[in-house]
Write a protein that binds this ligand. Sequence first.
Ligand SMILES: [Zn+2]
Length: 339
Amino acid sequence: MAEQVLKDLAKFQMNGSGWTFHSIVALDIHTVGYEPLSGSSWVPLPKFLASKKAIINMKNTDNHCFKWCIVRALNPVEKKPDRITKHLRKQAVSLNFKGIEFPMSLQAIDKFERLNTEISVNVFGYDNISKVYPLRISKFKRHKEIDLMLLENKHYCLVKNLSRLMSMQTSKHHGEIVICRRCLNHFPNEKALEKHEENCQNHDAIKIVLPEEGSILEFKNHKHSMRMPIVVYADFESFTKPIDSCQPDPDRSFTKAYQQHEPSGFCFHIKCLDKSSEQILFTKTREEENVADIFVDILEKEIDRVWSSEVKEMIFPKMAGQSLKKQESAGFARNHLKW
Ligand SMILES: [Zn+2]
């Protein structure tokens, strides 16, 4: 610390300010304790989680809850799986925890995965609002994939059935589902999940926070909005004609085009600032009529008519009186204000 101060002083005096250091009158040092997320002492499962019967809460009296969860995941038992027995301690010997400190931090799981190359570990968090959300999703999908939950930022529990645990926040779907650990979306089967994961693995794990029920999203800054001088509302009517196409491959995703929309008529309406034009209606009467072409023709003519009668007088009279010639300003508007 003193060294750094002296260094900075020397640098300051060398800058040629002409000032000379005399003495330090007082020095305040403020410190904040840094507590990284890590798992250690036992905490009871929140009632809601306990009711799902999808989590094993190892009854540890030390800081090694992470270790006991992993060992239990690899050595499941039917009766009292949360007990740390002599047998479980023996089974722990097969794992490599060299250089890992307990309580185990989330960051240290990278090291654990490097030392134990058959295991990948995912960790989830839980709160009353977001429910279950991903905290750390492994980069690997290994033969032994273990899901843990970190409670109160200090205690790891073993998730033995993620599908059942997630059933509380995955709609009213009944029956077995598979979960994408990264985004916690659910899928009906492994095949659907695999397809989704091709995209999802390119993104970081996410915690989805939905707005409260009944909340409304609204636009308030109307002063930031810009009014369009001309708006066209158009609607087409069409016949549908069936299309003959070859049979798609059912093993791949496909879009089957089965009908073509053949326009038979249209209706449009032009709104110019506060004035509305009359509705223009057209219905095809002869087979050779191309409705789309007719629509464009009539629309162009109508826009020209509205433009010359309404917009030119309403928007540009001031500009016309300035250095720009009237015709130039109208040309500018034509090029820049598109409908
Ligand atoms: Zn996903």
